[in-house]
Design a protein. Structure first.
Length: 209
């Protein structure tokens, strides 16, 4: 298909498609003349993925670039998803050293009890979790951290559901893309369901109105 068809099929304006091509977010099409190129269904899928990551997932184009580079690389799906997770984690909030040490100890104890393996304590996901727990302590909401193991059990179940999405896929590219979409959009889906559930439970526990 030509550029205009690619734009119509993907829902991305021509000017934006050209920008993605210049920035390397979209691979070049098959050149048919000095000023013309043909594009395939793979280009449509890549544009839809970029659109989903930015508009629904809330990622910046810089983060999308990092994620797409990981997808197009030669690392294993597991390692690639690690790169993606690091990019999605975002900046780590600052907390006091005392609260951070307390939260780190809490998590290390949880990992020992659950048998989960943490290969890099410096990874952004762990650092953000430490900051969140430390903040909860500093705000005086210790009950939240008292239920940490129950939250971990729920998180494991959600992770198992997430990874079930890639079961049966044989292409590495498809496995990585499915894992990425599940992570980014799955976060939004689960957050939405959690808010609906909180509304329902709040009505029962705190009363309507």
């Amino acid at each position: 298909m030509r550029m205009a068809e690619l734009s119509a099929e993907s829902g991305v304006p021509v000017a934006t498609v050209k920008y993605y091509l210049r920035e390397g977010l979209l691979p070049p099409g098959e050149r048919t003349s000095p000023n013309q190129a043909r594009y395939s269904a793979a280009h449509v899928q890549r544009l839809r993925l970029i659109k989903a990551l930015t508009e629904v997932g809330g990622l910046t184009l810089a983060s999308v670039g990092v994620v797409l580079t990981a997808i197009d690389g030669d690392a294993t799906p597991h390692r690639t998803m690690g790169f993606v997770q690091d990019e999605l984690a975002g900046p780590v909030p600052k907390v006091s050293a005392e609260a951070a040490a307390w939260a780190t100890g809490l998590l290390e104890d949880l990992l020992r009890r659950t048998g989960w393996k943490l290969h890099d304590p410096g990874q952004p996901a762990f650092a953000n979790l430490v900051a969140a727990l430390a903040t909860a302590k500093e705000l005086g909401h210790g009950k939240l951290t008292e239920r940490l193991e129950e939250y971990a059990e729920l998180a494991m179940r959600v992770a198992e559901l997430d990874l079930a999405v890639v079961t049966g896929l044989t292409s590495v590219d498809k496995i990585i893309e499915a894992g990425l979409v599940t992570t980014v959009l799955g976060d939004r889906i689960f957050a939405g369901l959690r808010h609906l559930a909180q509304e329902e439970v709040s009505r029962k526990v705190l009363g309507g109105g």
